[in-house]
Design a protein around this ligand. Structure first.
Ligand code: ATP
Length: 291
C-alpha cells in the first residue's frame, strides 16, 4: 500500500464528499480510502500506519481532520503526510502551494515533492496552524459546537460578532526563556503557520521550516477597537497596532485563569496552563511548491 486517504465525509458541508467523488475514478490500485466514523477516528486511522516509511497518509477534510491525522502520526511520524483540502477554512494548505483542480491536487498529494516541516506542540497535542488562548479560543469553541454554514470567513465573523459583547480580557502571564510578564490579555496566538479562521493572516512571520513560532499577544482592547483590529488581521497589519506585541520563540508557557480555553488548529484541547514547544522538521509533507 503506497497511500492511505483518511476521508472525513462530514468536513466542509459536503465539500469533502464532492472532492472524494471527483477523485474516486483517478485513484491508483495501491491507494486505500478509509472513512472516519466519528470525531477522533482520524487519529486512530493515522496511528495505524504512522510507522510505515513507504506510506503517504493523506488527510481529506478540513483543518480539524488534518489536526487529528497529525496527532495520529506524531510523535515519530515515519509516514509522509499530505492533504486534500475540503474544509470550511483550509488554512494549513494556504502555505503549501497546492493547485485547486482536484486531479492536480491528487497528483501532488500522491507524488508531490516532500519537505520536512515543523509541527507545534501544546501540552499533549500537536498542531499545524495556530494554537492559542483567549477570545479566538472562545470563538473556535462556539464554531465547533455549531453547524458551519457558508464560507469559512463568514462563519468565523458571525461567531466573532456574537462573542464580542460578552468577552472580557483576562490577566495572563507569558514565560519565555525564564522571564515572566503579566498583562490583561484579549488573546494570544502561537503560530506554526500563518493563517487560521478561514484566511486570517494572524501570524504573518510564521514559517513552517524555521524552528520558531510567531507569537501574537493582543492586550486588553476597548470593544470599539476590536473590529477595526480584526479587519487588519486579513492583511497582517494588526502586528503594527499599539495593543499588539509580537515575538518569535521556540518555547513558551502561558498561565492565567483556569477556565480559559486553549485551542489548537481551531479545535478546543483543554484549559490553561499551556506549554507550547516547536518540534522542528517533525514531519515529511508533500507540497505543491517550496513552502
Ligand atoms: N464520521 C464523522 N461524524 C461526525 N464528525 C466527524 C466524523 N469524522 C470526523 N468528524 C469530525 O469532524 C470535525 C470537522 O472536521 P474538519 O475540521 O476537517 O472540517 P470543517 O470543520 O468543515 O473544516 P475546517 O476545520 O477547515 O473549518 C472534526 O473535528 C472531526 O473530529
Amino acid at each position: 500500500m503506497a497511500a492511505r486517504i483518511i476521508f472525513n465525509p462530514t468536513a466542509g458541508n459536503g465539500k469533502a464528499r464532492q472532492l472524494m467523488e471527483s477523485i474516486q475514478g483517478l485513484l491508483p490500485d495501491d491507494v486505500e480510502v478509509v472513512t472516519t466514523q466519528y470525531p477522533g477516528h482520524a487519529v486512530e486511522l493515522a496511528r495505524e500506519v504512522a510507522e510505515n516509511e513507504e506510506m503517504t497518509v493523506i488527510s481529506l477534510g478540513g483543518d480539524g481532520t488534518h489536526h487529528e491525522v497529525i496527532n495520529g502520526l506524531m510523535p515519530t511520524a515515519k509516514a509522509t503526510f499530505a492533504v486534500l483540502p475540503a474544509g470550511t477554512g483550509n488554512d494549513f494548505v494556504r502555505m503549501l502551494g497546492y493547485p485547486t483542480n482536484p486531479a492536480e491536487m491528487l497528483q501532488i498529494a500522491l507524488m508531490g515533492p516532500t519537505r520536512r516541516l515543523d509541527v507545534g506542540r501544546v501540552n499533549d497535542q500537536y498542531f499545524l496552524t495556530v494554537s492559542g488562548v483567549g477570545f479566538d479560543a472562545e470563538v473556535a469553541g462556539w464554531v465547533n459546537r455549531h453547524e458551519k454554514h457558508g464560507n469559512g470567513t463568514w462563519v468565523f465573523l458571525r461567531a466573532i460578532l456574537k462573542h464580542l459583547a460578552q468577552y472580557r480580557s483576562q490577566p495572563v502571564t507569558v514565560t519565555v526563556d525564564g522571564a515572566s510578564r503579566e498583562h490583561m490579555t484579549f488573546l494570544i496566538a502561537v503560530g506554526n503557520s500563518r493563517y487560521y479562521a478561514g484566511g486570517m493572516l494572524m501570524c504573518p512571520e510564521a514559517g513552517l521550516d524555521n524552528g520558531l513560532f510567531h507569537v501574537i499577544w493582543v492586550r486588553q482592547l476597548s470593544r470599539l477597537a476590536v473590529l477595526p483590529l480584526l479587519a487588519r488581521v486579513f492583511r497582517g497589519s494588526h502586528v503594527k497596532h499599539p495593543a499588539v506585541e509580537t515575538f518569535l520563540a521556540a518555547e513558551l508557557t502561558v498561565t492565567g485563569p483556569q477556565h480559559l480555553l486553549v485551542h489548537a488548529d481551531g479545535e478546543i484541547i483543554g484549559h490553561l496552563p499551556a506549554t507550547f514547544s516547536i518540534v522542528p522538521e517533525a514531519i515529511r509533507v508533500r507540497v505543491g511548491r517550496p513552502v
